[in-house]
Design a protein around this ligand. Structure first.
Ligand SMILES: NC(=O)C1=CN([C@@H]2O[C@H](COP(=O)(O)OP(=O)(O)OC[C@H]3O[C@@H](n4cnc5c(N)ncnc54)[C@H](OP(=O)(O)O)[C@@H]3O)[C@@H](O)[C@H]2O)C=CC1
Ligand SMILES: O=C(O)C1=NCCCC1
Length: 342
């Protein structure tokens, strides 16, 4: 396997990228409102260097829309179920507009009750998860989000794929600093990164995937063509992935990762599942400010030798992209502009 040379890149202003993506989504079957939300999400991922969920995902969004599998014009239905619980039916649309429709209510309930849950079902999440929690922490809340995807991960000790790559994102407010955020797939690698490795002709690290016969492989194409990923950390990641299935699907009323049939929609790539978002107001707790204690912990971690805190690299990349423009391969930017005009 020979790795491809890095293609020539150019810098594009964040606003220009976001506006182009909004036009692109609207031209390809979403409402203007949905287009604006997806464009902001996708451009933000690219801006922050989250390449597996930035513009790389555009062909998958468009083929899913064209296949009729996902409704780009869906209007979500928000149900104020209980003092601490909101249920949203995304009506077969994307998860982000469903979240946007209920976010203010989630924040209000978290502030009133100390904690609130937002359970989204019948939704398609094709993106990074940190954008769903980081804004909560910017408002002083602790945020936790879980989403399940499509069966491509073998449970620990199992023989066939069952779980999705099932990410968990967490954000906590800090005093005088950007929030502390992590966002990670519970698989050894995100499916998107396997696709990127295959495209770029790179091997996977050992113990990340198996081929169609269940044998360990480092060939990304073997993982994608009938093979599967492994959970990260053996039985531990597998248990977390199981928890994501339960909270993001069973609790919300969404589909499990193994439990939807997109075979009638060639080109469909967006998993039709569910998402759970939990917001906690730390101001309700007794004792010193939570945000200050978060600082204390980060300082102690640095003192113990951990120099890179989760989310720090992404925040650095964001600052550089906002200063200099978002770096995109020249051919990719030309293609996005073509699709936006098509
Ligand atoms: N919608 C969906 O169904 C799915 C979406 N995804 C998305 O894919 C994206 C990538 O996931 P994944 O590949 O697991 O993420 P990574 O393994 O790249 O990163 C996971 C987290 O660990 C942090 N981190 C990475 N390296 C270090 C280090 N050396 N020291 C300290 N912290 C570190 C990252 O911070 P930093 O960001 O600063 O690098 C990040 O918060 C996520 O945004 C996820 O939401 C994944 C699966 C399914
Ligand atoms: O990278 C992944 O893993 C996924 N991302 C978007 C949804 C499907 C799984």
């Amino acid at each position: 396997m020979t790795a491809e040379a890095t293609p020539p890149c150019q810098r594009v202003a964040f606003g220009q990228l976001r506006d182009t993506l909004a036009r692109l989504f609207e031209r390809h079957g979403t409402s203007g409102e949905v287009a604006a939300i997806l464009a902001d999400n996708c451009a933000s991922a690219e801006r922050d260097g989250a390449h597996s969920h930035g513009v790389f995902r555009i062909p998958g969004y468009l083929s899913s829309l064209a296949s009729g599998w996902v409704d780009g014009r869906a209007v979500p239905e928000v149900q104020d179920s209980a003092p601490g619980f909101i249920a949203v039916d995304a009506r077969n649309g994307f998860a982000q507009p469903a979240y946007a429709a209920a976010r203010d209510l989630l924040v209000a309930k978290a502030r009133a009750n100390g904690i609130a849950l937002l359970a989204i079902r019948n939704s398609h999440h094709f993106a990074a998860l940190w954008p769903d929690v980081e804004p909560l922490a910017e408002q002083g809340l602790v945020g936790l989000a879980l989403v399940n995807s499509m069966a491509c991960v073998v449970p620990h000790g199992g023989t066939r794929p069952l779980f999705g790559t099932n990410p968990i994102a967490f954000a906590a407010p800090r005093d005088g600093h950007p929030p502390l955020v992590f966002d990670l797939a519970t698989s050894a690698m995100a499916h998107g990164d396997v696709q990127i490795a295959a495209r770029e002709g790179r091997l996977l690290p050992p113990a990340h995937g198996v081929d169609a016969a269940g044998q360990p492989t480092c060939d990304p194409r073997a993982v994608l063509d009938g093979g599967a990923l492994l959970p990260f950390g053996g039985h531990k990641g597998s248990a977390l992935s199981m928890m994501v299935e339960l909270l993001a699907a069973a609790l919300t009323g969404g589909h499990f990762s193994f439990d939807f049939d997109w075979s009638g929609h060639p080109g469909a790539q967006t998993p039709r599942t569910g998402e759970l978002i939990i917001a906690i107001d730390p101001a309700k707790s007794a004792g010193r400010s939570f945000a200050q204690r978060c600082n204390d912990l980060v300082a102690a971690m640095a003192d113990a030798g951990q120099q890179r805190q989760p989310g720090r690299q992404r925040q650095r990349q964001r600052a550089q992209s906002l200063r200099e423009g978002v770096a995109l391969p020249v051919a990719t930017w030309a293609e996005l502009q073509r699709l936006a005009a098509a």
